[in-house]
Design a protein around this ligand. Structure first.
Ligand code: NDP
Ligand code: GDR
Length: 346
């Protein structure tokens, strides 16, 4: 039997942690890459109880250095590579467009080039995104929808997507691109809106925060559960042919709706008052303002509405989402209430 050896870039992130857990369960040897910083944080791997697993090797790796990509592939003798590392925050990409292009865009090229040089039989997964659809051209969005990214992040990811397709077509490399819609969990970074909301509601509930400040409440997103989405990534690399797949729930809600849902999970009823920059969310029981709009969180260009059609993934990979948004939101609020109560906050 061929050894199952995998490289996961971006192992310290939300998806890296869940994918590591899944592949260790499937008896893979996992080489997880992280970038050099003065204080690397493996809290997500620790949270999932896999940080000390004997089949997990943590490797320092710079995505912008092709030489180190070649050495990593040679040393690990990997059979599959999942490229999850990215400057993944859309808001920051407006302030750091060049860095975002190098990491989020050409980082994928470095890995593909290394695969071409070292062993073209290595299977490659690129973490593409619904942000590539950007401005609304179709509802719902699927693999055939026109791309019109609205941020430097979306543009960089579009490069990563097309270079993946190009290496598939040019060099016969098994290079799959997963166009994943937003997926969340208790391990989501605090800068992203769902986790910012569940953390904020937990703190309000426990008297540790008075008002949660947010940006555009009208943005609509298709939010799923991250643990289920990493299973879809793995299925893409086990398919007979490399291809491009959308993973989504086919349900869309506004940021405002998600706040209402999170508050409800914490037994708080919210009433919305005002409009635009003056809009507030008021605790119906106490009359206190607990949510306020702060335009500093607005983006120079916004993606107004995302809703994906995952029919191809269901038909070809047997993948479909199971957790409802209400269940996901309640799971996140509960985890944040526990963390705030225990004095630990990530
Ligand atoms: P996270 O932001 O949680 O994780 C990103 C990972 O990339 C972290 O491990 C981070 O390391 C690493 N990283 C960031 N900058 C660099 C760098 N300069 N060099 C090397 N590594 C770096 O993202 P997710 O886990 O949520 O997402 C995984 C991938 O999927 C990303 O590529 C993202 O863009 C994409 N994606 C995510 C979606 C989502 O809804 N979650 C939807 C569609 C696509 P560190 O911990 O050191 O910062
Ligand atoms: P997104 O996620 O940009 O879709 O990218 P994010 O949670 O940051 O924003 C979603 C929507 O919420 C609006 N919003 C706010 N966003 C943040 N972060 N903070 C706020 O205070 C706030 N108020 C309103 C945003 O304007 C936006 O419309 C995520 C990332 O994981 C990407 O890496 C990934 O590719 C896409 O999802 C799919």
């Amino acid at each position: 039997m061929v050894d199952k050896i995998v490289i996961i870039t971006g192992i310290t992130g939300q998806d890296g942690a869940y994918l590591t857990q899944l592949l260790l369960e499937k008896s893979y040897t996992v080489y997880g890459t992280y970038r050099r910083t003065s204080s690397v944080n493996f809290w997500r791997l620790e949270d999932l109880g896999v940080a000390q697993h004997p089949n997990l090797h943590l490797v320092e790796f710079d995505l912008t250095d092709m030489g180190s990509a070649i050495r990593l592939l040679e040393k690990s003798r990997a059979t599959e590579v999942y490229n999850l590392a990215a400057q993944s925050f859309v808001g920051v990409s407006f302030d750091q467009p060049h860095t975002t292009a190098q990491i989020t865009g050409t980082g994928a090229l470095n890995l593909l080039e290394a695969i071409r040089v070292v062993n073209p039989k290595i299977r490659f997964y690129q973490a593409s995104t619904s942000e590539m659809f950007g401005k609304v051209h179709a509802i719902p969005q699927d693999e055939e929808t026109f791309f019109h990214p609205r941020s430097p992040y979306g543009v960089a990811k579009l490069y990563g997507h097309w270079i993946t397709v190009n290496y598939r077509e040019s060099y016969d490399i098994f290079a799959a691109s997963g166009i994943l819609f937003n997926h969340e969990s208790p391990l989501r970074g605090l800068e992203f809106v769902t986790r910012k909301i569940t953390d904020g509601i937990a703190k309000i509930k426990l008297g540790k925060l008075e008002v949660l400040e947010l940006g555009n409440l009208d943005a609509k997103r298709d939010w799923g559960y991250a643990k289920e989405y990493v299973e879809g990534m793995w299925r893409m690399l086990q398919a007979d042919e490399p291809d491009t797949f959308v993973l989504a729930t086919n349900r869309t809600e506004t940021v405002r709706d998600f706040v209402t849902m999170a508050a409800k999970a914490a037994d708080i009823a919210i009433e919305w008052r005002g409009k635009g920059e003056g809009e507030t969310g008021v605790d119906a029981a106490t009359g206190k303002t607990i949510v306020r709009v702060n335009p500093k969180f607005y983006r120079p260009a916004e993606v107004d509405l995302l809703i994906g059609n995952p029919a191809k993934a269901k038909a070809r990979l047997g993948w479909e989402p199971k957790t409802t948004l209400e269940e996901l939101c309640a799971m996140m609020v509960e985890a944040d209430v526990q963390r705030v109560q225990s004095g630990v906050s990530f």
